[in-house]
Design a protein around this ligand. Structure first.
Ligand SMILES: Cc1cc2nc3c(=O)[nH]c(=O)nc-3n(C[C@H](O)[C@H](O)[C@H](O)COP(=O)(O)O)c2cc1C
Length: 257
């Protein structure tokens, strides 16, 4: 299965087998971890693979799923840092799904110790549990997601490109399935907005930023699937304005090749 297809079929796994993954798969994962594309080149990050066999008590925290392996994502604890980490993590979860490996984001899980050689400004932002599971896939229509009508306001007639990108975006996983993304859609661009966090809880706000990075990766992957030349930019005009319920994040622009 390709990464793009995995967008529609992967689901969060909460029961993992204790069986180890093949060495070759882990080696390839480690190589892929070094090739992931950052959202912002200037954002420092670190990704660490935790093998529970070697570090049995390394992961703790609420909502934690027991798994044989975890990926730990470190970055700056800022909006950009968290968004960037979500963008990186979704590349890896889709990579793992494309190899039939189950995954589950772990927003509140923690590592017992900050690993040595981690720059002090990098904080653990979240983890992703992974391993062999029988629950790795489901049919796309079984996913509980808001309809595109609820998520997107279309300013032009919806182009085939926009429709494909929105379908991929809609399937993105999010903390507590909150789906905080909203889209304003034109023929060759989509403005991405995030719902404002109403409860004012820092943890929810942090996870929302991670969610926005995840959805951005789905949008970019769909654009790539369509062979579009796509770019993410901040529209100055839009970022200067403010909205009651939403916050502007970025705009995806594209051209046909
Ligand atoms: C940033 C983030 C944090 C999450 N944290 C947890 C968690 O702590 N525990 C858990 O069981 N699931 C967690 N999830 C998984 C979501 O609950 C799940 O993605 C969502 O309900 C949609 O379900 P699906 O991934 O099966 O489509 C998290 C997902 C994201 C994106």
């Amino acid at each position: 299965m390709e990464q793009y297809e995995a967008i529609f079929y992967r689901r969060s796994v909460r029961h993992f087998s204790k069986d180890p993954l093949p060495e070759r798969l882990l080696d390839n994962l480690k190589k892929y971890m070094m090739q992931v594309m950052p959202l912002y080149r200037s954002e420092p990050f670190r990704i660490l693979l935790v093998d529970r066999k070697e570090q049995p008590g390394a992961v703790s925290g609420p909502g934690r799923v027991e798994a044989p392996y975890y990926l730990a994502f470190f970055g700056q604890d800022t909006m950009l840092g968290r968004c960037s980490a979500g963008y990186l993590a979704e590349q890896l979860t889709l990579y793992l799904a494309s190899r039939e490996v189950g995954t589950c984001y772990q927003g509140l899980a923690r590592l017992k110790e900050q690993p040595p050689e981690t720059q002090p400004e990098l904080k653990l932002l979240f983890l992703v549990a992974f391993g062999i599971s029988e629950e790795t896939f489901r049919e796309p229509e079984e996913a509980s997601r808001l309809s595109l009508e609820k998520l997107a306001a279309c300013k032009d007639k919806l182009s085939e490109e926009s429709r494909t990108i929105l379908r991929a975006a809609r399937m993105a996983p999010s903390s507590m399935n909150s789906q905080p993304w909203r889209f304003v859609v034109y023929r060759n661009r989509i403005h991405l907005f995030a719902r404002k966090e109403r409860l004012g809880l820092k943890t929810l706000e942090r996870m929302r930023d991670v969610n926005m990075g995840i959805v951005l990766y789905h949008m970019m992957l769909a654009a790539e699937e369509l062979w579009l030349t796509a770019d993410l930019q901040v529209s100055e005009l839009i970022s200067e304005r403010s909205w009651k319920n939403n916050e502007y994040i970025l705009t995806l622009y594209w051209k046909n090749l």
